[in-house]
Design a protein around this ligand. Structure first.
Ligand code: GLU
Length: 308
């Protein structure tokens, strides 16, 4: 168990990817992280996760900023843009490479899908390790020839190097968040199982780093003490805890909140334009009223917490 962070040093963040319009679930998540920091007289930061050059759009960045302002979510300090931090990701990749923990992977999506041996992990098929055993000379030749490749972490080696890792979990009690002096009282240690995720990608073929690497490095660089994010990223936290141990980074506490689902029980997604914050804004809804409802766990008709 980590020692509780004195509340006035609390730093939370909201870290959207500008790949579509934010929906009500994003707004609720941002409000939770914002309010948790404010209740503790801490800081709330905004980070735009825009390393995916093909899917990130400037118009969505502008939309995110407008949505948050409309809801009354104010962030401290400068907005951090991941696209401006690529050298930092490169430097960390270089360190991991020097530890002998990364290998280039030339597999295409189709290659991986075609592999009958692909085992299943918590988030679907796990990379079967096809390129892990490639001959070093073969690797060098293929890279020199300019063959597209990602960089994967050899999870077995990485775990052998750091041993058991874990993270501090703060339980979520619907619909609100732990506040004030007692925010940390429910903290408990969670033993991570990074091996279950297999050799995940840390630098993509089409992007200079993966979400796992950039997110872990930036949370540390921004001094984030408490990460609030959706339940869908609980598994990712195991990988982030491992990267923190490998790179000597501090480990924040994590609160994973349930996702919001629509009438069909499916989680809200950016493709469901009907519940985009920008659309509600355009319809003339008052952002402060919506924020009041979301804070009380009252969601627009047909939307509810998963499993609630
Ligand atoms: N950028 C991620 C997303 O929009 C969230 C990252 C995080 O909160 O760790 O899904």
């Amino acid at each position: 168990m980590t020692h509780p962070v004195p509340p006035q040093h609390m730093v939370t963040r909201f870290a959207p990817s500008p790949t579509g319009k934010l929906h009500v679930g994003h707004g609720w998540s941002a409000l939770l992280a914002h309010d948790m920091a404010r209740a503790a007289s801490g800081r709330f930061r905004l980070r735009i996760e825009d390393i995916d050059g093909t899917r990130s759009r400037a118009e969505h960045v502008a939309g995110i900023i407008a949505d948050l302002r409309w809801l009354g979510v104010e962030w401290d300090g400068e907005i951090i843009f991941q696209s401006q931090r690529l050298e930092r990701y490169d430097a960390a990749l270089e360190r991991l490479r020097a530890m002998g923990l990364l290998y280039p992977c030339f597999c295409t999506r189709a290659d991986i899908q075609a592999s009958l041996t692909a085992p299943h992990g918590p988030e679907g098929p796990v990379y079967p390790g096809t390129c892990r055993g490639l001959d070093p000379a073969d690797r060098t030749r293929r890279i020199a020839e300019g063959q597209a490749h990602a960089w994967r972490i050899d999870m077995g080696r990485a775990v052998a190097r750091v041993g058991t890792v874990g993270w501090t979990a703060i339980p979520f009690s619907a619909p609100s968040i732990p506040r004030g002096d007692d925010y940390w009282q429910g903290e408990r240690s969670h033993v991570a199982t990074p091996l279950a995720h297999g050799d995940v990608v840390l630098a993509r073929k089409d992007a200079p780093a993966s979400y796992h690497l950039s997110c872990t490095l930036d949370d540390a660089a921004m001094g984030v003490t408490h990460v609030l994010r959706g339940d869908d990223l609980r598994g990712a936290t195991d990988i982030h805890a491992l990267l923190q141990a490998l790179l000597g980074l501090p480990s924040p506490a994590y609160l994973h909140h349930p996702l919001l689902v629509g009438p069909d029980g499916r989680r809200l997604a950016k493709r469901d334009g009907s519940i985009a914050l920008a659309d509600l804004r355009a319809q003339g809804m008052a952002g402060d009223r919506l924020a009041l409802h979301l804070r009380a766990g009252r969601f627009p008709i047909g939307i509810r917490l998963a499993n609630a």
